[in-house]
Every structure is written in C-alpha cells, then in structure tokens.
Design a protein around this ligand. Structure first.
Ligand code: AMP
Ligand code: ZN
Length: 232
C-alpha cells in the first residue's frame, strides 16, 4: 500500500474513531479492553490501532516506515507495539519473503528501544498468531508480566505459549520457505494453546488460577528488583 493510501486509511479511521469506544471517554468505557459486544462496535474496536498511531501523544518513536506506541492496556511493566505504516496486513499469517526487510527493521527498532530505555530488562519480541486487533503490530513486552491489565488465562497464554510467534524465528522461516504456510498454527491449535495450563515463564511453577499466577509473578519481580537498580 502506498503512503498516500495509508494516509487515506488513517483519515477514514479518524472518522470511524469519532464513534469508537476509545474516543468516547465516558465513565463506563475508559480502559475497558474489548468491551464492545455489538459487531459494528467490534469492528471499530479492531481498527483502534490505526486510530492510536494518529495521536501524537501515543507515539514513542516514528520513522518513515514505522511507529512505536505504548500499549494502552500493557500486559507487563513495559509493553510497546511496533506498527508498520505502509503495510496493510492484519496478521503475521499473511507475511511473505517480501516483508523480510520490513521485519528486520521492526526488530532493529524494537531492540534499540529496549537497549536505550530498559537495558536491564528482559523482553519478548513477536506477534500473536491470532491477533485481536487489525493492522499488523509487533509486541515488545517485558517478561515480568506484572500488570493489572493481565487478567485472563487467554491473556497469559497468548504471550506464553506457541501462540506467541518469536520474531527472529519467524524471519528465519520466511528466509527458508518464503511464506509461513507450513509453519503457522491452525485455528484449532490456537484454541488449544490459549487453553493450556498456567505455567510460569520463569520457573517450573504451574498455577491453578490467574490470581495465584499473578501473585507468583510478583514474587519473581520483587526478587529481580532487589538485584537491579530500578529503571525508569
Ligand atoms: P493483539 O492481541 O496481538 O491484537 O494485541 C493488541 C494489543 O493492542 C493489545 O495488547 C491491546 O492491549 C492493545 N491495544 C488495544 N487498543 C489499543 C489502543 N487504542 N492503543 C494502544 N494499544 C491498544
Ligand atoms: Zn515462577
């Protein structure tokens, strides 16, 4: 898609955004992620990232090709999204060899961001196999997963099972095969990944419930904050 076409898309999304849940900041809809049940509203909701990257206040960094924003509902202490400006794909499933340079640029920008702002923090960089939001977005998320927005098993498993597609691995598959056809999880696989047991990403602990996993993750975060001087 050309830069002009993208501009038109963003202008259109601004109009959509006038009615979207995120633009009408009433008491009931602020910070309620994915709360719209109605399908029309769901469509507006799904296009929210295009709206988000038009708002300068959200932008952490921007280049001709990419925008980096803070995730509005961070699932960890630090959570960013790297969003390409001129590629209109809705998920990593559609990526081909032709996107490798763009993906490498996204990876480099993500790594520089981490190195500059969070040099002592571990991050995961990758895509959700089945994203909830439209418009390709790369997650750059710290591995503490300490956040009030991390609420459900689906949230946890979307980042901590094969549902999370690590970027370097995805790039090597594209280099090898040219597309992700024989690598990509099926919808059935994805359903199973999202229902997996709640396994800690830092030790062998398996939690029975989300509150107990969150409590457990806090203990890891507390012991690592004793080891490092706190970052901004
Ligand atoms: P995914 O499940 O891969 O589609 O992830 C979408 C991400 O976008 C989630 O981590 C949400 O918290 C985040 N998100 C949703 N709406 C917005 C928004 N308006 N601005 C920034 N991030 C958002
Ligand atoms: Zn653990």
């Amino acid at each position: 898609m050309s830069a002009n076409a993208f501009k038109r898309l963003m202008e259109a999304s601004k109009k959509i955004g006038e009615n979207s849940p995120s633009s009408k900041r009433t008491k009931n809809n602020v910070a309620k992620e994915g709360s719209s049940k109605d399908t029309t509203k769901k469509h507006y909701w799904k296009s929210g990232l295009i709206q988000a990257i038009t708002d300068v206040e959200n932008i952490v960094e921007s280049s001709n090709t990419l925008v980096i924003i803070k995730d509005k509902y961070p699932k960890a202490k630090f959570h960013y999204l790297v969003i390409p400006k001129v590629v209109q794909l809705n998920s990593a499933r559609e990526l081909t060899r032709s996107h490798i340079n763009l993906l490498k640029e996204m990876q480099e920008k993500a790594e520089v961001l981490v190195k500059n702002y969070h040099p002592k923090t571990k991050f995961k960089i990758g895509f959700h196999a089945k994203p909830s939001m439209d418009h390709l977005h790369l997650h750059v998320v710290s591995t503490d997963f300490v956040s009030t927005f991390l609420k459900t098993k689906k949230h946890w498993n979307s980042f901590n099972t094969e549902h999370f597609l690590d970027l370097p691995e995805l790039i090597s598959k594209l280099e090898e095969k040219g597309n992700l056809d024989c690598y990509y999880p099926t919808d059935k696989d994805i359903e199973l990944y999202l229902k997996k047991a709640l396994k800690c990403n830092q030790c062998s602990f398996e939690a029975k419930t989300m509150p107990s996993l969150k409590e457990h993750l806090n203990t890891h975060a507390q012991s690592s904050s004793k080891m490092y001087v706190e970052e901004k």
